[in-house]
Every structure is written in C-alpha cells, then in structure tokens.
Design a protein around this ligand. Structure first.
Ligand code: ADP
Ligand code: MG
Length: 276
C-alpha cells in the first residue's frame, strides 16, 4: 500500500488537513465509527477525488473537513486555521468565507432565478460579490444566457452548473462536492467535471469531490480510497482503468460488496467512458 503523497505537502500548500480525525455516531453498543483516526492533507490548487464503498465515511469526511459536522476526536484545519474547537459563530463565518459546496441534489431555490441562486449565500451573508470574479465564473460555466431562468427551466446539467457557480461565487479556498454528477446523465456529468477541472486549472481553486464513478475520478489529480472509515490508499494521476482495477482488487472477489455493485453498475452502463 502506498502512502498518500498528498500527506507530505508543505504547510502553505495544504488547503485542509486532518489529524487523528475520528467521528462516531451514537454511543455504547450501537455506536458507529464513521471515521477512525484519519490523517489527510488536501493539497491546495489540486482536484482530489474521494472514493470508497457506500458507508465507508466519504460524506462524513467531507462534512468534518468543511466544518459542517463536529468531530469526536482529532483536529481539522482549513488553511492555516484549526477549526476543531472554534465556537459556532466563528466556524459559521469561516465556512462562509472559505468553503463552497455542491451536492448530488443541486439544492437550488426553485423560486429564484439562476443569477439569484448563484449569489444567494453572499446575499444572506451581506457580502457584495466581486463582479469581475463572478463574471469569470459565469462565463467559465457557460451560464451567461441562462441567468434569468429558474431551475425548472434548466436541464440537470445546467442546474448543477448553477450550483457550481454558487459554490464558486464567493471565491472560496476550497470546494467540496459530494457526488455532484450522481443525478446527471453521463454527458452532463462530463460537462460538470470539465468545469470543476477548469475551476482548478483556470481559476486556481481547490476541489474535493466524492464519486462512485471511475470515469469521474479520472478527472482528478489524486484519488483517496476510503474503506471502513480509513484512507486505505491514494492514487496519483488516476485513469478510469486504474481506478476500476483498484475497485475490483479491493472487493477481494466478493461480488456482494457495495463496491462491486458500483463497478458492475458502471460496466453495465452503455454510455460509459470506460473502454474495456
Ligand atoms: N447522522 C448519522 N447518524 C448515524 N450514523 C450515521 C450518520 N451519518 C452517517 N452515519 C454512518 O456513518 C457511516 C459513514 O457514513 P457516510 O459518511 O455517509 O458514508 P458514505 O458517504 O461513504 O456512504 C455509515 O455507517 C453511516 O451509516
Ligand atoms: Mg455519502
């Protein structure tokens, strides 16, 4: 097993860091250890994918790194700031200023236009968007002629691009995306992945994305593989084939594992990116 190379980046190059990050839900006999003493560094200016079987702790890891959820033990830093131990108000402010989110369900407000959805978090925070940045984000995402549309008037891919623009609008240090292509057909999914890639390459953002899809993971710079609340491996410069092979190996040939279902789902998808 290789040591995640991202763990050796110098401090200034780390967008988020966890040490001994442990998260338990419930207590006593029924406690679930969702994360078990995870050490991880998320490199600044890179696109990190997080993969692993259902229930392996991917969402919990993102939520704890983003300060959306409290930890049971260990420490988390966003940039140079330790967020474990911050008071609620400080944490809320820090999260608002430094972090953007994208979810599988786009979470747009149906009664607002695309433009209003994009700036909503900043409007709530009483902050004026940097107009030049906002223009660049909207143009990069190809949303210029969709700004007056409401979510119902947009395709799934366009809605997720609006959610992406919303996440980028405040120019956060870090974007967390939890299965952002999970509800999209493969073409719209590829488009959103291209934009996330562009956010890293052209806008200098840091992206952390959970995905089940080897083809999606191949857009990233490094894949972290979770299993049972641990990071069990990392893969630099992933290809869909190499990720798929890793998934096959880690099932140990037990076809009932959730991993295997994800793999089989991909292979059964005739619109797949993979060349088998
Ligand atoms: N709010 C919660 N209450 C109780 N258990 C939870 C909660 N959230 C997650 N879990 C449990 O923690 C483990 C990790 O969950 P999660 O991080 O959602 O996994 P993944 O995103 O990889 O599917 C699972 O066993 C899940 O059932
Ligand atoms: Mg999840």
């Amino acid at each position: 097993m290789s040591t995640p190379a991202a763990q050796h980046t110098p401090d200034g190059a780390v967008a988020a860091r966890a040490r001994g990050l442990t998260k338990a839900y419930g207590s006593g006999e029924t406690a679930v250890i969702a994360l078990d003493s995870v050490d991880v560094d998320i490199a600044r200016g890179r696109f990190t994918a997080v993969m692993g079987p259902s229930g392996s702790g991917k969402s919990t890891l993102m939520h704890c790194l983003a300060g959306l959820d409290t930890v049971s033990a260990g420490q988390v830093w966003l940039g140079g700031t330790e967020i474990t131990g911050l008071r609620d108000r400080e944490l809320t402010r820090l999260r608002r200023d430094r972090v953007g989110f994208m979810f599988q369900s786009f979470n747009l407000i149906p009664t607002l236009t695309a433009a209003e959805n994009i700036t909503l978090p900043m409007d709530i925070a009483g902050r004026r968007p940097d107009e030049r940045w906002l223009k660049q984000v909207i143009d990069t995402l190809g949303l210029r002629d969709r700004l007056r549309h409401r979510p119902a008037q947009l395709s799934g891919g366009q809605q997720q691009r609006v959610a992406c623009a919303r996440a980028l609008a405040s120019r956060p240090e870090l974007i967390f995306a939890d299965e952002p292509t999970g509800n999209l057909d493969s073409r719209a999914g590829r488009e959103v992945l291209g934009f996330l890639r562009g956010a890293v390459d052209d806008l200098g953002q840091t992206v952390v994305m959970v995905t089940h899809d080897p083809g999606a993971a191949a857009h990233s710079d490094v894949v972290l593989f979770l299993a049972d609340g641990h990071i069990e491996d990392a893969m630099e410069r992933p290809t869909a084939e190499a990720v798929l092979e890793h998934m096959h190996l880690s099932t140990g040939g037990h076809p009932q594992t959730p991993w295997f279902d994800a793999v089989r789902g991909r292979l059964g998808d005739d619109d797949t990116d993979l060349e088998e």
